[in-house]
Design a binder for this molecule. Structure first.
Ligand code: GLC
Ligand code: MG
Length: 252
């Protein structure tokens, strides 16, 4: 056994968002904390949630203290429990990011409903957008933002959430930043997810990937279109699926 870098999404990957059986979570927590103690394995949560919504989840569920926290779809990285994100990472993302201009261009689209204030972050603007409208609105908005030379990325998840973030940002880029910092090879890195904003974790860097059995349509479709022998599609849901995948890759 050797140390590895464990990166997981939270909602509907590590934990059930609404109702569900989190019993496998207790088992996974125990396996991971033992591994961390014995081999120096690092635990990272990578979520779309802001600090406010992360703290809410932390109070509801039994989460381990991570070695790093990737919040707001990869736009913020925290190494401690302070409210200050890593400034090296924020600086990389801030170059060329024009939040106000992005916002003003989105105002033309009545289909875009602003998410709560807590989810509007310095390097992320977020909307609710219905699935049917997304097919037309996302490419149109993307083209318009590009025409205005705004270097951004649109990330659509779970048939409802639209995030606009700096182009050099997503969960995958944040994971690469941590891999370089801590020097983990691809075969020592495993990423877990269930929905659209997790695609970036699977798409960069050749890490081992675990898609939980309850994954959303957009991730499954991407997985089918981009087959990769280093990616495992679990049958179990959430933490149960993660345990299944970690065993499959011989990491546990
Ligand atoms: C979380 C965030 C939300 C974001 C979504 C998808 O639910 O709270 O702002 O749009 O993840 O990334
Ligand atoms: Mg999720």
């Amino acid at each position: 056994m050797a140390k590895f870098l464990f990166v997981t999404d939270l909602d509907d990957t590590l934990v059930y968002r609404t109702v569900g059986d989190d019993s496998a979570l207790a088992e996974l927590n125990q396996l991971l904390s033992q591994h961390r103690q014995k081999y120096g394995t690092k635990i990272v949560y990578a979520t779309g949630r802001s600090p406010v919504l992360y703290k809410e989840l932390q109070a509801q569920k039994n989460l381990l203290q991570p070695d790093a926290l990737v919040l707001s779809v990869g736009t913020e990285i925290y190494f401690d429990t302070t409210d200050t994100p890593d400034s090296d990472w924020s600086e990389i993302l801030s170059t060329g990011w024009e939040r106000e201009t992005v916002l003003s261009l989105t105002r033309k689209y009545p289909e875009l409903i602003q998410q709560p204030d807590s989810e509007q972050r310095p390097l992320k603007v977020s909307f609710f957008l219905q699935q049917e409208a997304s097919v037309r609105v996302v490419p149109q908005l993307e083209a318009e933002l590009q025409k205005n030379k705004l270097n951004v990325k649109l990330i659509y998840s779970s048939g409802i959430d639209l995030d606009i973030v700096p182009h050099s940002s997503d969960k995958g880029q944040a994971m690469q930043f941590l891999r370089q910092k801590w020097k983990f090879a691809a075969e020592q890195t495993v990423v877990c997810g269930d929905s659209g904003n997790d695609i970036a974790l699977f798409a960069v860097g050749n890490a081992r990937g675990i898609i939980v059995g309850n994954a959303r349509k957009e991730l499954l479709q991407w997985h089918n279109e981009h087959p990769d022998e280093h990616r495992y599609l679990a049958s179990c849901f959430c933490a149960g699926g993660i345990i299944e995948g970690l065993k499959y890759f011989g990491l546990l």
